[in-house]
Design a binder for this molecule. Structure first.
Ligand SMILES: NC(=O)c1ccc[n+]([C@@H]2O[C@H](COP(=O)([O-])OP(=O)(O)OC[C@H]3O[C@@H](n4cnc5c(N)ncnc54)[C@H](OP(=O)(O)O)[C@@H]3O)[C@@H](O)[C@H]2O)c1
Length: 242
């Protein structure tokens, strides 16, 4: 973690359900970069929607050893629980107190986002959703961007699919003299998304960061989106995460 920050990463993504907030917090606090130069995101897990959002947030802050989160997201809408509207209101109060800088959501569909807007008159700052060339979600991306909601891409490299050895990807990467992972990350940036790739390797972390200098044409962006196959993770309409 500290090495990623020293490489130049300025957004660190974790979640209560990942069980690694203590290690993430240590890395952020140990790095040579000042706390206010690094954005830390965490997420409220499903059982805390029932047990109490405020308590879930405070536990994350304690585990991270931080006094505030730059981004705090409701991890899944869990519509069958019917709790996310109330939870968002509780977190707005925590934002007022300075415990959260930007309040956002993850895996929310337009119907969930619209319900929030109707209840509170604001759009969440962020919607973090599954996005990669095998699941480009063009309509949801455009819908969020039209409303000023920042879209962050999870599983941006397609996790454990064959995306990075897909022939369209490898051919285009060769033409740009970059790696397949860099090409895919450049695709996210060209679409105005913030990809949050995961790697255990410092070399790959540096490789992924360097994708910021690669520019794709509109035609290349479309060609990658045409690789669509479907989602690899849960469906927000039905996903249960407790
Ligand atoms: N909000 C949500 O519901 C949600 C859900 C899932 C994930 N997430 C977030 O999204 C992040 C990333 O998602 P993810 O881990 O599912 O998928 P991912 O970032 O698309 O893929 C990770 C895989 O790609 C490999 N990789 C990374 N850089 C590479 C490179 N340059 N070349 C080749 N392979 C490379 C990694 O292997 P090595 O580690 O061996 O390099 C790992 O196996 C997670 O860490 C989490 O923060 C959020």
């Amino acid at each position: 973690m500290a090495s990623a920050i020293e490489l130049g990463y300025r957004l660190i993504d974790t979640a209560s359900s990942y069980g690694n907030e203590r290690e993430v917090g240590l890395g952020v606090r140990d790095s040579a970069v000042a706390r206010d130069q690094v954005a830390v995101s965490s997420k409220l897990r499903g059982d805390d929607q029932v047990a109490g959002a405020r308590a879930g947030l405070e536990r994350s802050l304690d585990d991270l050893g931080l006094s505030y989160l730059d981004n705090y997201l409701i991890h899944w809408p869990l519509p069958s629980l019917g709790r996310y509207l109330e939870v968002y209101g509780e977190l707005m109060a925590a934002r007022e107190e300075g415990l959260i800088r930007r309040l956002g959501v993850s895996n929310f569909l337009p119907e969930h986002l619209t319900a929030l807007y109707d209840a509170y008159g604001e759009w969440p700052a962020i919607n973090q959703i599954e996005l990669h060339p095998y699941f480009p979600q063009q309509a949801l991306l455009a819908w969020c961007q039209e409303r000023g909601i920042e879209v962050q891409a999870w599983s941006p490299l397609g996790r454990k699919t064959d995306l990075l050895s897909n022939e369209t990807v490898t051919t285009m990467a060769l033409a740009h003299a970059c790696t397949p992972a860099q090409l895919v990350l450049a695709w996210h940036l060209a679409r105005g998304c913030a990809p949050i790739p995961k790697t255990d390797s410092t070399e790959r972390a540096a490789e992924n960061l360097a994708a910021g200098s690669i520019r794709l044409t509109g035609r290349e962006v479309e060609a990658l989106a045409s690789l669509e196959r479907g989602r690899i993770g849960g469906d927000p309409a039905t996903h249960v995460e407790m």
